[in-house]
Design a binder for this molecule. Structure first.
Ligand code: GLN
Length: 491
């Protein structure tokens, strides 16, 4: 039998349906892989007993012929999703050993459809970061290395554990969240597929909030088809999240292999940055050529407010974060550091419980929201946000079906290599992805090639609201042309 961990989710679904192997075998294969890959630090909590129990239940259902669409498929869950009875920390010390008494809507839909939980995945603390270096559990290793080097690289962030685990074949897919790029950037750094759906497509209920007007859940998977299968289970209206949208969830998988002939694809000239590595430029051109030969029409488009997106994001996101994180006060959740009075208890708990990046965001956020600065920063950033959204709307109004851009301005870098002296250096990772969150649009990152050092690079496709299907069809064209990439095992 081939190694069960190397199958795609779609292949595993077939093997399970044909009774070639059981979910218990598939689950055990992944549990062993996780054990052998602890050096990657992708999982912060392994739940083998729960996984085997869920796998047995799935096997029973498969035997009885009433299996759900993800029956028996082992998945990893980003530690930002509340999981009933299983420690959930957002990889922050401040949550301590918080064990939720409830399950997030997204994960409960995955379990409803028969998926198996292998454990909780590492991420940047409260999803703030682009390298998974701010986690209280320490950094995550990228299974990819530069050719001829044994330097450990970052898997991107904030969903670094999700991307690393999927790329290293530790789970068949993973949940992730994306506020400014946290699904797409780690996917690009690890040669996995990540889709951030339209804002409102997945319920945010039970996901630790970072910036509520930007946060969206989505999958990281091994192929475009796998990501379509996962999103179908994750998406849907939820009365418990008033921003979730009540429109039916299509069968995303049906979009795979659909012709893209006649589709109009925009190439935004503002994304051609000064000093962009030639390899990224080349990859972008290759992507355009693949889509053109599949029958799409490539057109140059303009998104004139692009250059303001990153600064505006780093006002809006910290502002919302400072408000969302006010609840971690040492009284109701997790960590408590005593003080002589309640104010001191708050101060001591927050000083001890939050890491440096989170403290920075809380300070920026409270500053831009404070009287006197609100109009100059927060209000202005909101106006810029409206203009960014309008740029995209104007583009779509001209008949553009999707926009093609690079996913990241570089390939993965070494742990500790970026952002040490200047946090903005780290923020620049999000240059191509934040615009999409600011506009609430769907975006997919698909592996498209490698750089001269053998590291994966990804392309991003941005779609119209609730037209994820277009992204799956186009993403599949890129995947077919570029092929799929697996890292050489060193761990
Ligand atoms: N890197 C971005 C940030 O740190 C985005 C993070 C995310 O999408 N969660 O804010």
């Amino acid at each position: 039998m081939t190694d069960l961990t190397s199958l795609t989710l779609a292949e595993a679904r077939k093997g399970l349906a044909d009774k070639t192997f059981t979910s218990l075998e598939l689950t055990d294969a992944h549990l062993s892989a996780i054990e052998a890959a602890r050096v990657l630090n992708a999982f912060v909590m392994e739940t083998p007993d729960q996984a085997r129990a869920m796998a047995r239940e799935a096997d029973n259902k498969i035997a009885k012929g009433d299996a759900g669409p993800l029956a028996g498929i082992p998945l990893g869950i980003k530690d930002l999703f509340a999981t009933k009875g299983v420690r959930t920390t957002a990889c922050s010390k401040i949550l301590g050993n918080f064990v939720p008494t409830y399950e997030s809507t997204v994960t409960s839909q995955l379990w409803r459809d028969g998926a198996v939980m292998l454990g909780k995945l590492n991420n940047d603390e409260f999803a703030m970061g682009s390298a998974n270096e701010t986690s209280c559990f320490g950094p995550v290793g990228n299974p990819w290395r530069r050719e001829g080097s044994n330097t450990t690289l970052v898997p991107g962030g904030s969903s670094g554990g999700s991307a690393s685990a999927v790329a290293a074949l530790l789970c068949m897919g993973a949940t992730a969240t994306d506020t400014g790029g946290s699904i797409r950037q780690p996917a690009a750094f690890t040669a996995t597929v990540g889709i951030k759906p339209t804002y409102g497509r997945c319920s945010r209920w039970g996901i630790v909030a970072f910036a509520s007007s930007l946060d969206q859940a989505g999958p990281i998977a091994r192929s475009v088809r796998d990501s379509a299968m996962l999103l179908r289970s994750m998406a849907g209206h939820d009365p418990k999240d008033t921003t979730s949208v009540d429109i039916p969830v299509p069968d995303y998988e049906a979009a795979i292999g659909k012709s893209v002939k006649g589709m109009k694809i925009g190439i935004p000239k503002e994304y051609r940055l000064d000093g962009m590595p030639a390899e990224i430029e080349k990859l972008w051109e290759a992507g355009a050529a693949w889509l053109r030969s599949a029958g799409a029409e490539l057109v140059e488009v303009s998104l004139p407010h692009t250059k303001y997106a990153l600064p505006a994001y780093y006002i809006v996101a910290p502002a919302e974060a400072s408000s969302n994180l006010a609840r971690y006060d040492g009284v109701r959740y997790g960590l408590r550091e005593q003080g002589r009075n309640i104010i001191e208890l708050y101060e001591n708990t927050r000083a001890e419980g939050f890491g440096a990046e989170v403290r920075r965001r809380v300070m920026i956020g409270t500053y831009v929201l404070s009287a006197g600065y609100y109009d100059a920063y927060y209000l202005r950033a909101q106006k810029v946000r409206t203009l960014i959204k309008k740029d995209f709307e104007d583009c779509f109004a001209k008949g553009v079906d999707a926009i093609l851009t690079p996913a990241t301005p570089s390939a993965a870098f070494g742990i500790g290599e970026k952002g040490g002296a200047d946090p903005v250096e780290m923020y620049l990772n999000d240059i191509f992805t934040v615009t999409v969150n600011m506009a609430g649009l769907p975006g997919i990152a698909v592996p498209a090639g490698k750089d001269a050092q053998g590291l994966p690079l990804g392309l991003q496709l941005i779609g119209r609201p609730f037209e994820e299907e277009t992204l799956f069809s186009l993403g599949e064209v890129i995947e077919q042309a570029a092929g799929r990439f697996t890292p050489a095992r060193w761990w």
